[in-house]
Design a protein around this ligand. Structure first.
Ligand code: UTP
Length: 463
């Protein structure tokens, strides 16, 4: 039977965390190995520091430091900009990154959220819709686009198996890369001790979507992308089927401005819109969470009665690879946010405890903390109708019914541009492999297309 490795025992003692091996003698060989594997990568000095700094929460900047963000309006007909983006795609300089490590607890679906069948007619999953957009881009520009999928321990195995079973939805298996985000332990609020999940297991949870960048670097994928000639990474969240993946106009703008980060924004629908707020803080591009923005600022309006801070974040970004290297390896590593949560745990007497009150500190990184580190950035406007409908809840707002309707509505809008009449209430869907945008659709259908029932346009027109 193995013993606790001496250097590990010493680290545990130094950081007053020896209780985690209290049940060692009762563990079998496999459990012992599992526990050592969990403990080895933990950065104990960091954990200690985070506990000591637990009361220094992320201070919301004082209102006098906050200003509206300047937003660039992109002109759909700007051929030079579009060409710059298309050149980047043709040159193999673009990779697509989907974050899919969340637990999707609000949706209550028993598989990773990306597997949710959301196509209103085809029942294609979110993952299939995204993968087909990537495939269509590769075909259009004659260069395969690498697809990076960030999972978490909760979603990894099932996601990888699903892509394999579905033969990567037509993508080459060599162009699809999975990497798993890191986890963080939780600490007992009163003592700073690591919470246990069982006698041989430390409690851990995903380290937040900000974990994407460190996981990308630590997995070696960032370096691999760089070797492959990738210079820009297009980032979005798995739950948004309307996403314009690596939209050439956005890309062209980002490239021509030599930006380190570019972000899309949508106008907020009201002061209480639950979107992050893109603002300037001390002149730097910053996102302030909706829950952190003081009410007086959220409600403030300009002379015309419009919201003063009107730019909401749909979490759509383009990152420059050199910038990501800098922020993941340099001294400016991403900070952890601390949250007080109720975490069930295994106590020192071997009992499972369901706490009635917040008993734990959990730590998460947020992707948007990287924005203020950029010296060169751009922000462009898009609309929800065209590009943002997140699947979050089982019913009501952001539910499958709302998301399916938005997919249908966008298809109707594209069809109306070629004067195709669509009856109200009919589910519509356009496969990304049929058309990636309204202009491509216009080259394939005309006003003689009759729609009198559910319509799914894919490689052949079917009713
Ligand atoms: P949300 O914060 O909306 O979480 O994630 P969720 O998992 O989708 O849903 P709930 O809150 O449990 O109901 C926004 C995006 O960030 C990813 C999610 O997969 C989603 O694409 N995410 C979130 C991660 O990849 N890792 C995380 O640790 C958290």
């Amino acid at each position: 039977m193995i013993a606790v490795p001496a250097p590990l025992r010493q680290r545990l003692q130094e950081h007053r965390q020896e209780h985690v091996v209290r049940w060692w003698e009762t563990l079998d060989e496999t459990a012992r190995r599992g526990l050592v594997q969990q403990l080895e990568p933990i950065d104990f000095p960091q954990i200690t520091r985070l506990y000591e700094q637990r009361d220094q929460s992320f201070a919301v900047p004082s209102p006098d430091r906050i200003q509206p963000i300047p937003v660039d309006a992109l002109d759909e007909s700007d051929a030079a900009l579009r060409r710059a983006g298309e050149e980047a795609l043709r040159g193999g300089e673009v990779a697509v990154l989907i974050v899919a490590g969340g637990q999707g607890s609000r949706l209550g679906f028993e598989h990773p959220k990306g597997m949710y069948p959301i196509g209103p007619v085809s029942r294609k999953s979110l993952f299939q819709i995204h993968a087909e957009k990537v495939l269509a881009l590769g075909r259009r520009y004659g260069r395969n686009v690498p697809l990076l999928i960030m999972t978490s321990p909760a979603t990894h195995d099932e996601t990888v198996a699903y892509f394999r079973e579905q033969r990567y939805f037509g993508l080459s298996a060599n162009d699809v890369f999975f990497f798993c985000q890191g986890t963080m332990p939780a600490l007992d609020l009163a003592s700073g001790k690591l919470l246990m999940d069982g006698p041989g297991r430390v409690f851990t949870s995903p380290n937040g979507h900000g974990g994407t960048l460190t996981a990308l670097a630590d997995s070696g994928l960032l370096a691999r992308m760089e070797q492959r000639g990738v210079r820009h990474i297009f980032y979005f969240q798995v739950d948004n089927p309307l996403i314009k993946v690596a939209d050439p106009l956005f890309l062209g703008h980002h490239v021509s401005r030599r930006a380190e980060v570019s972000s899309k924004i949508v106008p907020k629908e009201g002061p209480n819109d639950r979107l992050g707020n893109l603002v300037l803080v001390d002149g730097r591009c910053t996102i302030i969470e909706y829950s952190d923005l003081p009410d007086s600022l959220a409600r403030r309006t300009d002379a015309e009665g419009r919201l003063w801070l009107w730019a909401g974040s749909p979490a759509i970004h383009l990152f420059d690879v050199a910038f990501l290297k800098h922020v993941t390896t340099g001294p400016e590593r991403m900070p952890f946010h601390t949250a007080r949560k109720k975490v069930p745990y295994h106590d020192d007497n071997g009992r499972s405890v369901q706490p009635a009150n917040e008993n734990a500190l959990k730590f998460e990184m947020f992707i948007f903390d990287v924005l203020p580190l950029a010296d060169r950035w751009t922000v462009v406007e898009t609309s929800r109708r065209e590009e943002f409908v997140p699947l979050k809840n089982a019913t009501g707002a952001d539910s499958p019914a709302v998301v399916e309707q938005a997919i249908s509505d966008l298809a109707a809008a594209w069809l109306s541009k070629v004067e195709v009449n669509v009856p109200r209430g009919v589910p519509l869907e356009i496969s990304p492999l049929f058309a990636l945008d309204a202009a491509e659709l216009a080259g394939k259908v005309d006003r003689y297309l009759r729609v009198d029932g559910p319509l799914y346009l894919h490689d052949r027109v079917t009713g």
